[in-house]
Design a protein around this ligand. Structure first.
Ligand SMILES: Nc1ncnc2c1ncn2[C@@H]1O[C@H](COP(=O)(O)OP(=O)(O)O)[C@@H](O)[C@H]1O
Ligand SMILES: [Mg+2]
Length: 256
């Protein structure tokens, strides 16, 4: 069974950054290969990981819908085999991880057939990996559409303000409305100092978002991002890398 780790939260809170650092931890500690899923329509995870993406699932869905409709599937190939072949084309293989970018959400057309095939294939593809890290958009569109809605660890990323934490509370509520089966969840307050102020602690309590994990602001991240360098190459003594290592040992891998 693979373990699914989902990053959720408002845009700009640090989901993609945290997803990259979790990936780095898992790869470096022998938990690979990891499947990274970029479920944000504004795909940027590949940039943080230093890989290029040619095809997204969204783009593929449109091509496939058209091809299935026009009967252009290669002769002798079943639709199932065709979808599997296309999926392999969209999968970016890199050292220690593979990346699948979901791309744009569905448009107005009817993509039901292609979608059902795709969803089933993504779920079965995920079973080949011990860990799946999903970088989401705020609406959690793709999580709600998965055939299996099991999430082992949901990390809700927030900015270090009461407004940020209230927003995180709403996102947690949304995950309940979407009936996602979340095994374990943590609020991650990003760019926080080691001591959070009392009023912020109070908001966290009021939102029922305990326990909390703190992630420090780290200039190295800004520096790497500005230079377009992969976050997988951050040194082990970066403050954020150290904090994410602790988070992973505590919440994700345990003593494994
Ligand atoms: N702990 C941190 N320290 C410094 N910069 C950070 C930190 N977390 C995120 N950032 C920066 O903040 C910006 C937004 O982060 P990102 O991970 O892209 O957010 P999201 O994926 O939630 O939209 C990026 O430029 C990223 O480099
Ligand atoms: Mg992002």
């Amino acid at each position: 069974m693979s373990k699914t780790i989902a990053l959720v939260g408002k845009g700009g809170t640090g989901k993609t950054t945290l997803a990259s650092l979790i990936l780095k931890f898992l790869i470096q500690n022998g938990h690979g290969p990891v499947l990274a899923v970029d479920a944000d329509s504004n795909s940027t995870l590949n940039l943080s990981l230093g890989v290029e993406v040619d095809k997204t699932i969204g783009g593929m869905r449109e091509d496939m819908t058209q091809e299935i409709r026009d009967g252009e599937i290669p002769a002798g190939m079943s639709k199932e085999a065709y979808v599997e072949y296309q999926m392999q084309q969209a999968l970016v293989e890199s050292s220690g991880f593979d990346l699948l970018a979901m791309g744009r959400p569905e448009g107005q057309g009817c993509y039901c057939y292609a979608n059902n095939l795709l969803r089933r294939h993504i779920d079965s593809l995920a079973e080949n990996y011990p860990f799946v890290v999903v970088d989401n958009e705020a609406g959690m569109e793709h999580l709600s559409r998965r055939t299996t809605r099991n999430i082992d660890i949901m990390l809700i990323v927030s900015e270090p303000t009461p407004v940020g934490v209230i927003t995180a509370g709403r996102i947690r509520n949304l995950s309940r409305e979407l009936q996602l089966n979340v095994e374990k969840s943590r609020l991650v307050i990003n760019r926080s100092s080691s001591n959070i102020p009392d009023n912020l602690k109070k908001t966290v309590q009021e939102q029922g978002l305990e326990p909390v994990v703190l992630l420090p602001a780290d200039e190295m991240i800004l520096d790497f991002t500005a230079r377009g360098q992969s976050l997988l190459e951050l040194p082990g003594d970066s403050k954020a890398v150290e904090a994410v290592d602790r988070l992973c040992r505590e919440v994700i891998t345990g003593n494994r």
